[in-house]
Design a protein around this ligand. Structure first.
Ligand code: NAI
Length: 363
């Protein structure tokens, strides 16, 4: 029996987490849940959207699954997601992108894996406000060093890419490829323009790739060309490794190619802990209405079950999901909308009932 920390989250997270919990329990997985709070509702009680007790629960159990958490705008609170990744050392963001039958999306045979660096780059939030002393000092330093002229009324965000984090994420991508029967790793960058940050990432990617020569193929793509290739021919990609920000954007692009955010699962992984979560956010526009598609969070739970060695339960869940989509009778509104179908939309709870019945019928 494995204890898993469950962070239900905000908005539709409450609904998708409940659906996920029911499906995992019906799959026969040997799991005990330890429920831990995070998000807007915690602020009044704990004075923070990410209580220490929740971080402790993640550390203690080594594995967690969370629903999306709203990032309060203008309150001064940091994003719970960024804080979790940092506090728990979750340096890998893993996002498989796989077509499901019957979704009616642009492509029917996409099967690629996004490996996104999770700890640095522009996304790390190292910033100087316009007009601040720090911004002024940095602007003069750039001028004094001959690095370039920055307008004096600029806000500045720092893009730092390290040798350490680049090597670590690319090596992780190659090891993932070997362990999962994948044949190619593609590194995505803009090294032609950002020579000292993306250029370093690419140089490290090439050096690591050389260690795997003959076992896993390697190529690289400039990020703009990568986006065009994804839209025209996503089947050419297998494992794709990114610095943080490009990986963030490419994840939504990739999700859109296979039917949208309602279908995109993910995981944040470190050496001692892993937190599984859907790519999507708390969707305030449909929260509390039983309309959300819980598939992304349920597929995230299947990834979690693989991670803790409960592959049979994971495969039961994935097989039933494929069957429900192939039948196409009980699908949520986001999928109906994306495929232009005028069939009625199933509620989140109806979809979940149907999935559990299917899983039981296939046992
Ligand atoms: P969002 O992903 O919540 O919503 C974007 C659009 O996709 C909305 O129209 C929404 O209704 C739809 N959508 C998303 N997931 C869906 C699902 N499972 N089923 C059906 N429709 C779905 O992105 P948005 O609006 O930019 O962010 C809302 C909040 O979520 C923000 O506070 C943001 O910071 C937070 N967020 C949290 C994340 C996390 O906790 N991992 C990730 C992304 C955003």
């Amino acid at each position: 029996m494995q204890t898993v920390t469950l962070i239900p989250g905000d908005g539709i997270g409450v609904e998708t987490s409940a659906a996920m919990q029911r499906v995992v329990e019906a799959s026969g997985a040997a799991i005990d849940w330890e429920i831990a709070p995070a998000g807007e509702a915690c602020i009044a009680e704990f004075g923070t959207p990410l209580p220490d007790s929740t971080l402790e629960a993640c550390r203690r159990n080594g594995v967690a699954i969370k629903g999306p958490v709203t990032t309060p705008v203008g309150t001064g609170f940091r994003s719970v997601n960024v804080a979790l990744r940092k506090e728990l050392g979750l340096y890998v963001c893993l996002r498989p992108v796989v077509s499901l039958p019957g979704v009616g999306s642009r492509y029917e045979d996409v099967d690629l894996v996004i490996v996104r660096e999770n700890s640095e780059d522009l996304y790390a939030g190292v910033e100087f406000e316009e007009g601040s002393d720090g911004a002024a000092r940095l602007i003069s330093l750039c001028e004094d060093e001959g690095a370039g002229i920055i307008r004096s009324d600029s806000g500045i965000s720092i893009k730092a890419i390290s040798r350490t984090a680049s090597q670590r994420i690319v090596r992780w991508a190659f090891e993932y490829a070997l362990a999962n029967g994948r044949h190619k790793v593609t590194a995505v960058h803009k090294a032609n323009i950002m020579k000292h940050s993306d250029g370093l990432f690419l140089a490290e990617a090439r050096a690591v790739a050389a260690e795997y020569a003959g076992r896993v193929e390697f190529d690289d793509k400039i990020v703009d060309a990568f986006c065009m290739n994804m839209v025209i021919d996503p089947q050419q990609f297998d494992v794709v490794v990114f610095p943080n920000l490009y990986g963030d954007i490419a994840s939504d692009l990739a999700a859109g190619l296979v039917g949208g955010l309602g279908l995109a699962p993910g995981a944040n992984i470190g050496d001692d802990c892993a937190v599984f979560e859907a790519v999507h956010g708390s969707a305030p526009d449909i929260a509390g209405q039983d309309k959300a598609n819980p598939t992304a969070q349920i597929l995230s739970a299947a990834m979690m079950l693989d991670h803790i060695g409960q592959r049979r339960a994971a495969e039961r869940i994935r097989r039933a999901i494929r069957s429900v989509y192939a039948r196409g009778e009980c699908l949520t509104g986001d999928i109906r909308w994306a495929s232009g179908s005028d069939l009625p939309a199933a509620r989140c709870s109806e979809f979940t009932d149907n999935l559990i019945e299917t899983m039981e019928a296939e046992a």
